[in-house]
Design a protein around this ligand. Structure first.
Ligand code: AMP
Length: 394
């Protein structure tokens, strides 16, 4: 392949079907990207250290560490365009690749979203509402700052945290010391955020192509269990004005941060309907999996359209939907459910669509798949979740 080179102006470059897309990271996001892209006529090559990376069933696979510059060079030599499917790929590798290969998302987004403080600084600078926050370098500083935030807060590592890892709630006397002890040994910089008493968590996924066109997907209402996404409910059960504001914020972020590809924006909604942006992810996102069956265009196709600089697809919601994540502990019940007659679905007029990632080991809390429940209203889909009892206490 001839890398197009990342120097110069790529606004008019269109990567057409037939081209090869290199994907840094071979998890389920890469797999679903490749599955959609194969339908569109693209070819895929992925770099991932795991011998059974989910994406490897749909792509050529370079099995190597994310920091392996030589292997990344091989990926570049086989690719017309390179993307990443998770944000903890090595920045050093991405910056190196940018010198000779075409990475339309660019290293700048990765650099920013890999680090909570940098991300919050960039959002604040762009006029986006975020929770009050402060960098923490000692226990004394933490205690002082917690007091300034009204005696509560959330201490987070600036790097490396996901699914609730690397964060501690501070609610009462003594919590700060414990939190500081547990997180400071991880060696990462720390940030304290004010505790936001939110009513709901929402997310919006926006896409922007190199020409600067932007499209947003409908707002998802997200429920977490044990810090892992449990449900995405769409349409979100919030006033129309909140939905519009959420999409407007996502659009503003995509523009201000010069995004190419997808940007997932997680937000809190407070009791007085204010939105506060919590976190960004510059890639397809778990809370956008509902788009696969419920929207005119899936988030994966949209990401490909954006990085290939094609016209963006229609994001209209075709049907109400609830996405439920399937973790290792749900595997047995889910597969059992699937092979039996689903009388609950029939009674509730719900159509369950299964997405299974092909991971060989079903460890507890590991994301194994998800199910999109299509229904005439989200309440029926939520009833299915309750009545099947696969998720028990959640
Ligand atoms: P994060 O890793 O930043 O996505 O946070 C994980 C979860 O912790 C969020 O989905 C919230 O449920 C909760 N959380 C994080 N930050 C805050 C905050 N500042 N105030 C209240 N809850 C938070």
């Amino acid at each position: 392949m001839t890398p197009t080179g990342n120097q110069g102006d790529h606004t008019s470059v269109r990567i057409q079907p037939g081209a090869t897309i290199g994907v840094l990271g071979g998890g389920q996001l890469g797999r679903m990207l490749a599955l959609d892209g194969l339908r569109m006529g693209y070819r895929f090559v992925t770099l991932d250290p795991s011998p059974d990376a989910p994406c490897a069933e749909a792509a050529r696979h370079i099995q190597a560490d994310f920091g392996d510059i030589e292997a990344a060079g091989r990926l570049a030599s086989m690719s017309d365009v390179i993307t990443y499917e998770f944000e903890n790929v090595s920045l050093e590798v991405v910056e190196k690749l940018e010198q000779g290969a075409y990475l339309p998302q660019g290293g700048h987004l990765l650099h920013m979203t890999q680090h909570r403080l940098r991300e919050k600084d960039a959002l604040s600078k762009a006029g986006i509402p975020v929770a009050p926050y402060a960098k923490i370098e000692s226990l004394a500083e933490l205690e002082q700052q917690v007091a300034l935030f009204g005696g509560q807060g959330v201490l987070k590592t600036a790097t490396g945290g996901y699914d609730g890892k690397g964060q501690r709630m501070i609610r009462r006397q003594g919590d700060a010391e414990q939190a500081y002890k547990e997180l400071s040994i991880l060696g990462a910089e720390l940030v304290l955020e004010a505790f936001i008493p939110f009513q709901l968590e929402l997310s919006v996924i926006a896409a922007r192509n190199s020409d600067g066109d932007i499209a947003t997907f409908p707002v998802a209402e997200n429920r977490h269990a044990d810090h892992i996404l449990h449900l995405s409910i769409v349409p979100a059960r919030v006033p129309e004005a909140v939905q519009q504001e959420a999409e407007r914020l996502a659009r503003q972020i995509a523009e201000a941060l010069d995004v190419v590809g997808l940007i997932a924006v997680e937000m809190f909604m407070t009791a007085d309907n204010q939105l506060i942006v919590n976190e960004l992810a510059p890639r397809p996102h778990n809370s956008g999996h509902y788009t696969m069956d419920a929207c005119m265009t899936s988030q994966f196709e949209q990401h490909l359209r954006a990085i290939c600089n094609l016209p963006l697809g229609d994001t209209t919601l075709r049907t109400p939907v609830v996405m439920v994540n399937l973790l290792g502990e749900h595997r047995k019940d889910m597969l059992q459910w699937l092979v039996e007659d689903d009388a609950v679905a029939e009674k509730l007029h719900v159509t369950p669509k299964l997405h299974w990632y092909g991971k060989s080991e079903a460890l507890p809390k590991r994301k194994m798949g998800h199910i999109n429940l299509l229904a005439s209203d989200v309440e029926s889909a939520l009833q299915w979740v309750k009545q099947t009892n696969i998720w028990r206490n959640q």
